[in-house]
Design a binder for this molecule. Sequence first.
Ligand code: F6P
Length: 406
Amino acid sequence: MLNYYYENALKVGEIKLKDVENVNFTNAYSNLMEKLENGDVGFREVIYEEDIEKYESLRGFKNVVVIGMGGSILGTVAIYRAISPFENGAYFIDNSDPEKTLSLLKNLDLNESIIYVISKSGNTLETLVNYYLIKKRIEKINNFKGKIVFITNGGKLKREAEKNNYPIYSIPENVPGRFSVFTSVGLAPLYSLGVNISEILEGAREMDKTCQNDDIFENPALLNGVIHYLYDNLGKDISVIMSYVESLKYFGGWYKQLIGESLGKNGYGITPLLSIGAKDQHSLLQLYIDGKKDKVITFMIAEKYRLDENIAFEDVNDEEIVCKYSDIIKSQQKATEISLTNNGVPNVRITIDEVNEKTMGALLYMYEMQVGFMGELYNINAYNQPAVEEEKRICWDLIKSSKKQI
Ligand SMILES: O=P(O)(O)OC[C@H]1O[C@](O)(CO)[C@@H](O)[C@@H]1O
């Protein structure tokens, strides 16, 4: 389902096997297991939730609209856009850019839509304003036939849902937003989008069993966390996901928040970046190979591409080559991996059988566990985000002062 290859990260020479063994990962492992077992942190228990019948009434709409920010939408986008990269009918309103939001709403038939308003706090500015943009349009429709569903635990949006008798799903309080993809936050809209959410949970559960192992070389989440932690301590604090599966680009958006918001505290933190192979070989590979040696590269590749065909073409010497189209990108990934390793750039590789519900569930859950372990290694709270609150206060004051000028 998912294979993790780490040898190049040790071959590069700056960290050796003994450095990995010398990290007190046993402590990190037992601390995280304790938090998960006593319910301090709930992102494991939710993947064993059996009650998916509660989503039954949420299918059958032509359009699925999701309004949310950060962890309230990024996981859903990551999974759906990986599984169905070319499908229409999904509308993700995840920013306050008027051009993006209003152009999306222009072509949207709300009567044929199920609209999710998702905000754990219920007070996120963008989600609130984007909801009102939709509300304003719905109020002009006689006999609205669509459906509005709120997924929230409180605040202004919960009060709005209660006032209008909209259905409300709650989010377990011990699951931070960026870890909430395996709760109703992700599962409800994904169910509406026709995704097999049981398979997503099955993938996460299989990865959970793999991660219940304190033998670090059998636990990809723990090992990848320790490798990134060790290299961070050596000044390689940029984590580049280089995916040779373009439909994983939205996974990159989810990864950025998970890593950035969980670990960016008390002066610590690694910087998450996403590159798409093979095309970023023509834009960033020069930097990765010959620029500052401050990065750890994580390759992502699929064993099998869902579309493929045999090709025959002539190379630059007019010699015929016959291969599968996917052999090209696989060769490019391998060549880039060899070149990076030859040039002392540490890299690891995640290979998934193919993109599907099960592998996506496993991939996202692996990173939730990895960040849990890394929070223990850095001895920080990986589950809050206090630094983002100041901007929100300043912004609300600015908006309130600006409204007099309208
Ligand atoms: O789900 P909410 O409460 O709307 O929060 C959205 C996002 O905003 C943050 O709180 C950061 O501002 C994230 O942690 C969270 O995922």
